[in-house]
Design a protein around this ligand. Structure first.
Ligand SMILES: Nc1nc2c(c(=O)[nH]1)N[C@H]1C(S)=C(S)[C@@H](COP(=O)(O)OP(=O)(O)OC[C@H]3O[C@@H](n4cnc5c(=O)[nH]c(N)nc54)[C@H](O)[C@@H]3O)O[C@H]1N2
Ligand SMILES: Nc1nc2c(c(=O)[nH]1)N[C@H]1C(S)=C(S)[C@@H](COP(=O)(O)OP(=O)(O)OC[C@H]3O[C@@H](n4cnc5c(=O)[nH]c(N)nc54)[C@H](O)[C@@H]3O)O[C@H]1N2
Ligand code: SF4
Ligand code: SF4
Ligand SMILES: [Mo]
Length: 897
């Protein structure tokens, strides 16, 4: 430690700190325009100049390093005069009209001018070419007349989110911020994440949706968690009354450190949609009519009682929601188990990451992501397999890109040249469904070249010999024949993995949504164990869970095999514990049905009633025609939703629920972080929280449930009844998110699982696994492989993103992506309508000819109903978890003549 005196205050400092850091740490204000915490400085604004006694010139505080005994003055006349000159120049060079500027009240230039007593620019510079306003982007307005060239936006775009759109163009007095090669923002490669807007200290960049909505001093900020993907970004909602007028990322919060993607930042207005459900609805003669809560709830309870009385509790099933809060999912599984005595409760993890939970429990003993998103930026190697990360988990991808730029090797394995491949050191373009063979090939090289971590394997893993024997059957030649990745590349990737440790494996649905999904997951776990990349920082197996609260819905026991906290339903001790806690007898002690089985049993009429809470299964389950047939066969269908959907059309009763931001509770993100979700407005009409709806139904089954809020549910039931969450009280969660396990009040939570190779079930289990092909492979009638997924601007069936201003404009319709080779061969033009046919159905859709797609592959999403990929997909599922093989089926494509 050294001593520095700033404005007569003696300050302790560390060598290597800047004057700005030491001043800030000691509560001494130095104004800046270009500085960004945690990012290298551009030293461009020079507003932060200070006087260092003994120095010949003024020193920028953001660049000047402290030295022992240094004496600094931050507000001498020469300092203030230098700052005045800079501010005068900036003001005179642009057009800063504080009356109409959206930034007024939180503009750094305005604050500094005020601090320096500057009322108006003393002169006006007539620049040769007047800067202009670029209004071409859907979400952002760029007013270059207000740009002060501080470069914060350029840094945000290039160094934080690494989208590489903005740069400084031209020279001297003509210098301006440009998009790509100086084209309009709307036509550029910008992905509308708005990170540049958040970084802009003045009014040069503005969120279009916020214009005219509120003055900065009228808003209050409420911290909450994003309602979309499993990254779980922390947002500040800028509220004017009960209206969200803007959203920004919470700067110092995990996991996103201030970053947001387009959906998190601009996808908030669905909650105000006039199409929200406002009243319970009962179907009569094929039409819905409004009903009171009592009438609707009585009907639901009576119908369920009747069916359970005649057909038994197995004749009813429930699908819970991974979009709403933990407290809701907990309450729904309790309704099924405690009130209906039915074991049949599941949710969309079934169609998503169920293989992750099953596979990682087998390999490691715990089914969660082992490490954390922030570590992506600090590791030495990133092995990304089967993940569309820049579109599906955009903010997680920014940390991967940071890691690559910090020197980590990035390996991307995907059948499509996914966007992340543009940043990769190695891109392996694998054949759909060949991952086990490819991974076995990598492990073959690690073992035959003696590159694996023998100490780790010896001390922390079992079953090595069986694994070795199996992977020796997959030399690079065979692995290459199956996977389409060259032998040389398999060898070089294996060596790269061995040479760059620790390394992190990251995967998503390209791995899980296959008939071999669980095997794929265990193969990734095998690879990481063999490399010794588990149980340490910047390592591990990192599945990015999909929905905002899918981790939570699993944690809360909305699964057919476990109570919340993964306590087995077949364990008599767990049964006894919950019977006592819930004050009931006869909890079901057998495994319940998984979603695909529920549909089968509806079709065969062995199941009579289904309760669908917050899922739009007619649209997201495979083979839509079949789903519709099953729902039509059901005797009674209930839905809780926030909108009418393709699914609610088949309901007998639709119950209107409070949405995100209309109830207090928690979401759990993919890195096991439980974060608070806050209420900022009332639900519309007489819509109610989901947990309330379930409690009212339970009441009609003679059960009195005490908890009367999300907090009471969490503190009085969820935390005390599951050791994983026992130490995470609501008050503690209020201070910031906590990663489970968190077992005691003192426990800060767990960033990394299995530390030091201490696996939950003792040793890590290496599995000897064989490659198996997809259930349906191309043939003469259906010569293409269809693989499906998502696109950046929409979320699943668009019930939410489709009702947010701007997002439909960014992605107005569905496409089928096909390769240039196939397009040419079949004479299909980019943008032309084609037919895509499978054994399940046919859709008419626009062809998008893309160099990112290999020959023989068709790639589609499920965002638009008419040409949703699920008219085509197969119901074949993972042998262990029944997760559908959304990533592979056979199709034909036809030009429409
Ligand atoms: N914008 C947006 N974001 C979302 C969602 C959304 O609807 N929209 N949904 C959320 C949800 S619930 C989830 S689960 C996640 C999903 O996140 P992802 O799984 O990343 O998303 P997908 O688009 O399904 O991409 C799967 C990737 O796997 C690749 N792939 C396909 N087959 C194979 C294969 O056989 N082997 C390998 N190695 N790769 C293969 C595909 O080419 C694609 O790049 O996204 C979440 N985020
Ligand atoms: N072809 C193909 N199909 C797929 C996939 C794929 O990769 N390819 N991926 C699969 C995956 S990974 C997933 S996770 C599923 C997702 O499948 P779903 O969960 O069915 O998809 P969503 O469209 O997100 O449906 C969520 C529903 O919940 C409602 N909702 C939102 N918030 C709330 C709330 O607070 N309360 C209530 N009551 N309702 C609410 C929404 O309006 C919407 O109707 O899709 C699967 N389908
Ligand atoms: S919105 Fe995002 S991608 Fe677009 S220019 Fe700004 S930071 Fe870059
Ligand atoms: S990355 Fe996911 S959690 Fe973060 S802002 Fe985007 S959608 Fe929301
Ligand atoms: Mo998902």
């Amino acid at each position: 430690m050294i001593t520095v005196t700033i404005n007569n205050k003696v300050c302790q400092a560390e060598v290597d700190q800047t004057i700005l850091q030491v001043a800030t740490d000691n509560g001494i204000h130095i104004p800046t325009l270009c500085h960004m915490d945690g990012i290298h400085d551009s030293f461009s604004c020079r507003i932060c100049v200070v006087e260092v006694v003994g120095a010949r010139t003024l020193i920028p505080a953001c660049a000047g390093k402290v030295a022992d005994g240094m004496v600094v003055n931050t507000a001498t006349e020469s300092v203030l005069s230098a700052r005045r000159n800079i501010v005068n120049l900036l003001l005179s060079n642009g057009e800063h009209n504080c009356l109409s500027c959206e930034k007024s009240g939180e503009c750094s230039l305005q604050s500094i001018a005020y601090e320096l007593g500057i009322e108006a620019p003393p002169f006006i510079m007539e620049s040769i070419e007047k800067p202009t306003v670029d209004d071409s982007s859907v979400m952002i307005v760029r007013d270059n007349r207000k740009c002060i060239l501080c470069r914060r936006c350029v840094t945000a775009c290039n160094d934080i989110v690494c989208n590489d759109v903005l740069s400084l163009g031209f020279r001297g007095s003509d210098t301006t911020v440009i998009c790509d090669n100086n084209i309009d923002m709307g036509a550029s490669s910008c992905v509308q994440c708005g990170q540049c807007v958040q970084a802009c200290p003045v009014g040069a960049l503005t969120d279009k949706k916020s214009i005219g909505k509120a003055r900065s001093w009228e808003v209050t900020k409420v911290r909450t968690t994003c309602p979309y993907c499993g990254v779980g970004c922390q947002l500040n909602l800028h509220m004017k009354g009960d209206k969200i007028v803007k959203v920004t990322g919470v700067e110092d919060a995990y996991p996103n450190k201030g970053r947001l993607c387009v959906k998190g930042r601009y996808g908030y207005d669905f909650i105000y949609s006039p199409e929200r459900l406002t009243s319970p609805l009962i179907k009569e003669n094929g039409k819905f009519r409004e009903a009171s809560w009592d009438e609707a709830l009585d009907l639901v309870a009576n119908k369920f009682k009747e069916i359970i009385a005649t057909d038994g509790p197995d004749a009813v099933g429930g699908i819970s929601c991974a979009r709403s809060i933990n407290e809701d999912s907990y309450q729904m599984q309790k309704l099924f188990r405690a009130a209906f005595k039915s074991p049949n409760i599941d949710h969309c993890a079934r169609v998503c990451h169920a293989p992750t939970v099953a596979g990682l429990i087998k390999s490691f003993g715990t089914g969660g992501m082992t490490n954390s998103i922030e570590e992506f930026a600090d590791t030495n190697c990133l092995f990304v397999i089967g993940s569309n990360m820049t579109e599906a988990h955009p903010i997680a991808s920014t940390f991967v890109k940071n890691g690559q730029r910090n020197g980590a090797k990035l390996i991307v394995v995907d059948p499509r040249k996914a966007k992340l491949a543009d940043y990769a050191d190695e891109f392996a373009q694998i054949k759909v469904g060949s991952d086990v063979a490819f991974l076995n090939g990598l492990m073959n090289v690690l073992i035959t070249e003696d590159l694996y971590d023998k100490d780790f394997v010896r001390d922390h893993c079992d079953n090595f010999e069986a694994l070795k024997e199996k992977v020796l059957e997959y030399p690079p030649k065979r692995a290459s024949e199956i996977s389409g990745v060259s032998e040389e590349q398999i060898i070089s990737i294996a060596r790269m993995l061995a040479d760059n440790k620790p390394g992190m494996a990251i995967y998503t649905l390209g791995i899980t949504e296959h008939t071999c999904g669980t095997n794929n997951v265990m193969s990734v776990a095998n690879l990481q164990m063999l490399l010794g990349n588990v149980g340490k920082p910047n390592a591990g197996v990192n599945p990015l869970r999909g929905q905002n609260n899918v981790q939570g819905a699993c944690d809360m026991g909305a699964l057919p095999n476990v109570y919340h906290g993964y306590q087995s339903v077949t364990d008599p001790a767990a049964k006894a514990k919950f019977e006592k806690a819930w004050n009931v007898e006869g909890l079901p002690d057998k495994l319940g049905l998984m979603i695909p089985d529920m549909f089968e049993k509806l079709e065969t009429k062995e199941m009579k009633a289904i309760y669908i809470f917050g899922e739009n299964v007619v649209g997201t389950e495979p083979d839509i025609s079949h789903v519709i047939k099953c729902l039509e066969a059901a005797e009674f269908v209930v839905c809780n939703d926030i909108f009418q959907t393709e699914t609610t059309q088949y309901a007998d009763v639709v119950l209107p629920a409070a949405a995100w931001s209309e109830d207090e509770g928690t979401f759990t993100n993919c890195e096991r972080r439980i974060s608070r979700v806050r209420k900022v407005k009332e639900a519309p009409g007489i819509a109610k929280p989901n947990w309330w709806i379930f409690r009212e139904i339970a009441k009609r089954f003679g059960q009195t449930w005490a908890a009367d809020s999300g907090q009471e549910l969490w503190d009085n039931e969820i935390a005390p009844l599951a050791p994983f969450f026992a130490g995470a009280t609501f008050d503690k969660l209020d201070q910031g998110g906590i990663q489970w396990p968190c077992k005691t009040p003192e426990d800060p939570g767990t960033q990394i699982l299995h530390l030091d190779g201490n696996f939950t079930h003792g040793k890590g289990h290496l599995m000897a696994l064989d490659w198996t092909p997809p259930a349906e492979v191309p043939d003469a009638d259906y010569p293409f492989t269809l693989s499906t997924g998502r696109r950046l601007y929409h979320y699943h069936t668009r019930t939410q993103t489709g009702r947010c201003e701007g997002l439909n404009e960014l992605l107005p319709e569905e496409y089928a992506d096909i390769s240039e080779v196939d397009a040419k061969r079949l004479g299909i033009e980019h943008g032309e309508m084609i037919l895509v046919k499978s054994r399940r159905g046919t859709v008419k859709v626009k062809a998008q000819v893309s160099e990112r797609i290999p020959e023989g592959l068709v790639w589609m999403a499920m965002h638009y109903f008419e040409n949703n990929a699920n008219w085509l997909t197969t119901r074949s599922g993972d042998t262990i978890t029944k997760t559908p093989e959304y990533k592979a089926c056979a199709v034909a494509i036809e030009k429409i003549q």
